[in-house]
Write a protein that binds this ligand. Structure first.
Ligand code: F6P
Length: 361
């Protein structure tokens, strides 16, 4: 009988508890193992006393499917190799992590994380001889080799609903509504929800744009008889000249809060319509997981435990073409799954007449 540990790492999202639940079911029912939940990401193994709990089937109720966030907690800035200390320095706490793992007597560790935390933890696990299996999660959906990371589709639903709610007020006031969505490096949420919500302009980090291009699209909308419009922008977008938004100053004093504010200020001087900005933020991460995330998380959890049973370690579970598969963790490290500027989704947006910037083939 094995003892396995599980932790959630990096930013939270909807569906993490569903994955935890699936791991508990599979490990206890399927294999008769014991499952230990590590609290606050890697911190639970670095802290003394160790911060963990043992899961039994009572925690694996259907409620876990409906619950947002992670019952284990997570921390964003807890890199064990460079742990931030109160005095501003960093400390290598990787040895404490490995000792904690051994103290708990674990046989393997399941890490639910994004690309960054999975890379760090895999390095740590390799160094410490800890067998690890990864489960991808991030609303940004930028983990390589998987069609879905947990949390993405729920975030898409939230973003699309936000557009749905902005459309009538845009129409009532004849305004150009700018919606800034999450997506630190990539534009999956912005592009897909923008299509789903009927946006006129969608800007993503993967495709350069021009203010003139946006203005031309807004003029076209106007010409076609509509006096309001929807602009969706991923937070990771830079200015039209490629500068980080926070470094741009409008009049020598004012610093733009984000790309949404930046666009409103610049477009405001080029168009007649009023603009308003909504920054959706962490609303996209919370709430009840949608059906797709419940299913993907459940499938990932079951498969992760099966991999440990088969002795297949240092792998990440993934979703490819309707199947759960697994890929070597080494193959996902450092690779960002970005929007393909010429792929199906971008092509669809162009086909619908949406301005998504200009990119030469
Ligand atoms: O990676 C997920 C994500 O939600 C990004 O979209 C966003 O840029 C970032 O996390 C926000 O992180 P934090 O919760 O630390 O503000």
């Amino acid at each position: 009988s094995k003892r396995i540990g599980i932790l959630t790492s990096g930013g939270d999202c909807a569906g993490l508890n569903a994955a935890l639940r699936a791991v508990v079911h599979r490990a206890i029912r399927g294999y008769g193992w014991r499952v230990f939940g590590i609290r606050d990401g890697s911190l639970g193994l670095m802290n003394r006393p160790l911060d963990y709990c043992e899961f039994d089937l009572s925690v694996a109720s259907g409620e876990m499917l409906r619950m947002g966030g992670t019952i284990l907690g997570t921390i964003n800035k807890g890199d064990p190799f460079a742990y931030p200390m109160p005095d501003g320095t960093t400390k290598d706490r990787s040895a404490e992590f490995v000792e904690g793992y051994k103290e708990l007597g674990l046989d393997a560790l399941i890490v639910i994380g994004g690309d960054g935390s999975m890379r760090i933890l895999n390095k740590l696990c390799k160094q410490g001889g800890v067998p690890m299996v990864g489960i991808p999660k991030t609303i940004d959906n930028d983990v390589a080799h998987t069609d879905y990371a947990i949390g993405y589709v729920t975030a898409l639903g939230v973003a699309t609903e936000a557009i749905d709610r902005l459309a009538p007020t845009a129409a009532s006031h004849h305004r150009v509504m700018i919606l800034e969505l999450m997506g630190r490096d990539v534009g999956h949420i912005a592009l897909s929800s923008g299509i789903g919500g009927g946006a006129d302009v969608i800007l993503i980090p993967e495709i350069p744009y021009s203010l003139e291009g946006i203005v031309a699209k807004l003029a076209e909308v106007n010409h076609e008889g509509r006096n309001h419009a929807l602009v969706v922008v991923a937070e990771g977008c830079k200015t039209e000249t490629g500068l980080p938004v926070t470094q741009v100053q409008a009049d020598g004093e004012f610093r733009y809060g984000g790309i949404g504010q930046y666009l409103a200020a610049r477009l405001g001087k080029m168009i007649e319509a009023e603009t308003r900005v909504t920054v959706l933020g962490h609303v996209q991460r919370g709430g009840t997981p949608g059906m797709r995330d419940r299913l993907v998380a459940s499938a990932f959890g079951v498969h992760a435990v099966d991999l440990i049973a088969q002795g297949k370690m240092d792998r990440m579970v993934a979703w490819q073409h309707g199947q759960v598969v697994d890929v070597p963790l080494s193959e996902i490290a450092g690779i960002t799954r970005a929007v393909d500027p010429f792929g199906t989704i971008a092509h669809t947006a162009r086909g619908l007449g949406i301005y998504i910037g200009e990119m030469k083939a």
